[in-house]
Design a protein around this ligand. Sequence first.
Ligand code: MG
Length: 386
Amino acid sequence: MKKIAILGSTGSIGQQALNVIRAHNARFRVVGLAGGKNLKLLEKQIKEFQPEMFYSSVKPDFAYKGEFLSMEEIASHPEIDLVIIATSGKAGLSPTLAALKVGKTVALANKEVLVMAGELITREASFHQTQILPVDSEHSAIWQCLRGEESNPRRVFLTASGGPFYHYSQPQLSKVTVEQALHHPTWKMGKKVTIDSATLVNKGLEAIEAHWLFALPLDSIEILIHPQSIVHSIVEFVDGSIKAQLSFPDMRLPIQYALCYPERLPSPELPHLELSKIQCLNFEPADQNRFPCLKLAMGAGRQGGTYPAVLCAADEVAVELFLNRRISFIDIAKIVQETLEQHKSIAQPSLEEILAADAWAREYARRSLPCHCEEHKRQSTLSIGK
Ligand code: MG
């Protein structure tokens, strides 16, 4: 029995990981659960899975016999074989480091961890000879394509559905509502990731993540728009041979692959692909000019240092402002760009320097709000009109 801890169990990936565990309950035992503010759901999960330890970011309003520990303590606990980092943003950073330092296998779903601190995290993982298993569908696809190969790939193609607005014009993009942006055409995900998919910043973050996970030069990673979300990523080798991983778009598959690795288990609950029914699979290069967030992310990845951490922080603030209807969809890119431009990066940053850059970027992005705030714009137009 593999003993599992899930950090971020009440989020979208956390809940789907529990679905996988429920379907294979003879193989896995949940020994730790950590949730955020959704205490009702956390309590329900705890009652069902009876973990030895738990955590919540707010004081729990229920009684439970298990031990209340920090996420770092859970991630590095001797009882645990594998920890799923399914938190979002920077919350996963220090628990991941804690787990790697004591040799725990980490199944990583929190992409910001490698984007913000890829150098630090991969150094720790190789020093302690621990494995980071990807959970993101694209990285799981690349991993599956690379398994058994001895030579490095020539190119890697990260596929992107393009989100709901890929063929929108600039004026159309400026009028996008929160509801439209939250309606992803192919994937069911949390709010932050859904908006990041609509701006395509997500693919930039994934390219940086792939760069660290598989030691690939960023310039060998290309983004392909593939609206059907059937091919999850593609690897090309030096001889021109191409391998791709295809499946129905459902996060339970990459989660299960990481949990069962190096085995494969049946997944009777998941729909299987009927290849004969798929009429076509389309691919086109991603237009970075129409989706500036993607361009900014690739640029931050190339520049390295603390730029990727600043990118993540500014994007998180901007997405939150958009979800709270304070800024428009196209303002997300403006806030991220302005914050990156004002940042003075540090090369080979320590954890403290990364966290300081993160805090600076959050503060800067929030302060830049008045220039982008819809209400402010309306008021200034009114006063100009007077
Ligand atoms: Mg993905």
